[in-house]
Design a protein around this ligand. Structure first.
Ligand code: GLU
Length: 466
């Protein structure tokens, strides 16, 4: 068996879209599984719409998701001489021809066809011209077969066939000498030795047009796998209306790349009823044949669920690194408070995103937050204040803030006063964090440390007095 060669071929006209990322991921997975090569090709022949910014955004998105490529990035804009060479070859062998029809003539023919209820396609006026017309502008058209059919066995959708009379004599080179999309894709895929083309099913109609070109050029036709679209909840194609569609927007909302990868692969591919897959398991278990034929519906709740899973299971030191930019966005300087790794450990269980974690971490770094009046009245009742006074006094004598000594201290205090744990814990939590929801009180005290804990309780008591 020869080596499997796959590619991702984005057009750099925007950010890396969730759907594009999933296509890239399927290609990458198959390459890794088969020990083949994954090639990145930037399809930037549309000079007017392609931007460097967009190339950077695609590379950034791929890198963030961990989709490393073995060859490339190749740029189609570097390949113009190659496309020229192939156009010349096709012209010389009569498999392409020069077409001198003007835009106006073509437009008239199109209107006529529409008026007569025919499908507009090139009528072949220049298909069999005997002579060149020196000096007259022309496009180059591919001489498409007119009889028979072109069929392929799609690895996802099964057999698909088109009648050749449906295929137009496509323009492969414009009047200005630039090549067109269906042609450049074929030249690149053929010369790069691509064995399997996995792409969105919006390209299905292009495939027979491309197959006849492989055949005309004498190159083997690759296998094709057309991946169904991703839909929004209302079953229309996923777009901005449904929320963020850029991969990097998910990073900025606090998602982990492994959660996005796991989510995207499951959106269209399944393996029994398993939901959670490590990268290694995906490489082991992925097959293109197990990608479903119908479109997947984007489900933000499931992505959140997966993200919460990966945050819970994540290495605290790595999560702390990821947390830093979110803290910075909130104007928090981590040097002004406890070690972020310790902070992460207290928040992993309760954060669905890194953004939620950052919000939950702020109190650790803001020793001077305000207590709001309504909550003061609720939590700092006279009884609550007395308990806090006593708690501060007891804590002041503590030599270690480990879970066991804190548990012994709180138990002793509750027993002595004849109150329940929550009677102490609620005002304490409010004094220490300024809110009613936080990690466990022992964990918070453990991270803040004895002195800062006592200071915050005293500050809270002062706040009640004033
Ligand atoms: N450049 C094309 C696109 O972004 C992809 C072409 C292909 O995968 O064959 O839609």
């Amino acid at each position: 068996m020869s080596e499997v060669r796959l590619r991702f071929a984005p057009s750099p006209t925007g950010f890396l879209h969730i759907g594009g990322a999933r296509t890239a991921l399927f290609n990458w997975l198959l390459a890794r599984k088969e020990g083949g090569k994954f090639i990145l090709r930037i399809e930037d022949t549309d000079v007017a719409r392609s931007t460097q910014e967009s190339v950077d955004a695609i590379l950034e998105g791929m890198t963030w998701l961990g989709l490393d490529w073995d060859e490339g990035p190749f740029y189609q804009s570097d390949n113009f001489p190659l496309y020229r060479e192939f156009v010349e070859k096709l012209l010389a062998s009569g498999k392409a021809y020069k077409c001198y029809c003007t835009v106006e003539e073509l437009e008239k023919k199109r209107e006529l066809a529409l008026a007569e209820g025919r499908k507009p396609k090139y009528d072949g006026t220049c298909r069999d011209l005997k002579e060149d017309r020196p000096g007259v502008p022309y496009v180059v058209r591919f001489r498409s077969p007119r009889d028979g059919e072109t069929a392929f066995d799609d690895l996802i959708k099964g057999r698909i066939s088109f009648r050749n009379e449906e295929l137009d004599d496509l323009i492969i080179q414009r009047t200005d000498g630039t090549p067109t999309y269906n042609f450049t894709v074929v030249i690149d895929d053929a010369t790069m030795g691509i064995t399997t083309v996995i792409r969105g099913d919006d390209h299905i109609n292009n495939t027979p047009r491309q197959i006849v070109m492989y055949q005309a050029l004498g190159y083997p036709v690759p296998q094709f796998a057309h991946v169904p679209m991703i839909l929004g909840a209302d079953k229309t194609r996923l777009s901005k209306r449904h929320g963020a569609t850029s991969v990097m927007a998910y990073r900025d909302m606090g998602f982990l790349p492994e959660a996005v990868v796991n989510y995207l692969v499951r959106l269209g591919w399944s393996h029994g009823d398993e939901e959670i897959f490590s990268r290694e398991e995906l490489i082991e278990k992925f097959t293109i044949e197990a990608v479903g034929r119908s479109a997947g519906v984007f489900n933000p709740d499931k992505l959140l669920w997966l993200n919460a899973h990966y945050i819970k299971a994540g290495d605290p030191a790595r999560l702390a690194e990821l947390l830093l930019p979110f803290l910075a966005e909130r104007g928090v300087d981590p040097a002004s408070g406890p070690d972020p790794v310790a902070v992460v450990r207290t928040l992993q269980e309760r954060s669905r995103t890194m953004l939620e974690m950052a919000d939950g971490a702020i109190f650790y770094y803001r020793p001077d937050f305000e207590y709001d009046g309504k909550s003061v009245a609720k939590f700092f009742t006279p009884a609550g204040r007395e308990l806090l006074e006593e708690l501060a006094a007891w804590l002041g004598t503590l030599t270690d803030t480990g879970h066991d000594s804190l548990a012994a201290l709180f138990d002793g205090l509750c027993a002595g006063r004849g109150v329940k744990m929550k009677d102490v814990a609620q005002p304490a939590r409010f004094a220490l964090t300024g809110g009613a929801a936080s990690p466990g009180i022992y964990e918070v005290i453990g991270v803040l440390g004895r002195d800062e804990t006592v200071r915050r309780i005293r500050r809270a008591l002062d706040a009640c007095r004033s």
